[in-house]
Structure formats: C-alpha cells, structure tokens
Design a protein around this ligand. Structure first.
Ligand SMILES: [Zn+2]
Length: 76
C-alpha cells in the first residue's frame, strides 16, 4: 500500500473508490484535515489527499477529503 509514490499538490488523478458521485477526474492536494495537520506539525508526511474538481478550483464544501493514496491513480 505505502509503496505508491506520494503525489505533488495539484496532480491530476482519477478517483476510483467508494464515493461513487466523485469518481472520475480530480485534482489531488495534500489533505488539510485536523489529523493530517497534526502529522505535518510532527514532521510526518501527509499521505492523504483532498480531491478538488477537475477545474482545479477548491470548492467551498462537498468534496472528498482524506482520500487514501490507493484510492486515486495519477494521470500518466
Ligand atoms: Zn486528512
């Protein structure tokens, strides 16, 4: 699982996990939830992602957060 390469902020990906309404092309950014923020403060890598719409504009609400790296595949 953890052998997947981390994604740079703004990486185009395809989301293919359980939230069916959000499957398809997304833009991955490092997750900004409280748990991930705490990891960052402790100097640990953030391994979860916020998935923005394909237009690259961060929505105010209702987008997948804290997605696993294994839930997305970067575009080649
Ligand atoms: Zn998170």
């Amino acid at each position: 699982m953890s052998t997947l390469a981390p994604l740079r902020p703004g990486t185009p990906v395809t989301y293919h996990d359980s939230l069916a309404a959000y499957r398809g092309k997304r833009i991955a950014h490092p997750c900004e939830c409280r748990r991930c923020f705490d990891r960052k403060l402790r100097g640990l890598p953030v391994q979860r992602y916020d998935l923005w719409p394909a237009n690259g504009i961060r929505p105010r609400s209702h987008f997948p957060e804290h997605a696993r790296r294994s839930s997305v595949t970067p575009f080649p």
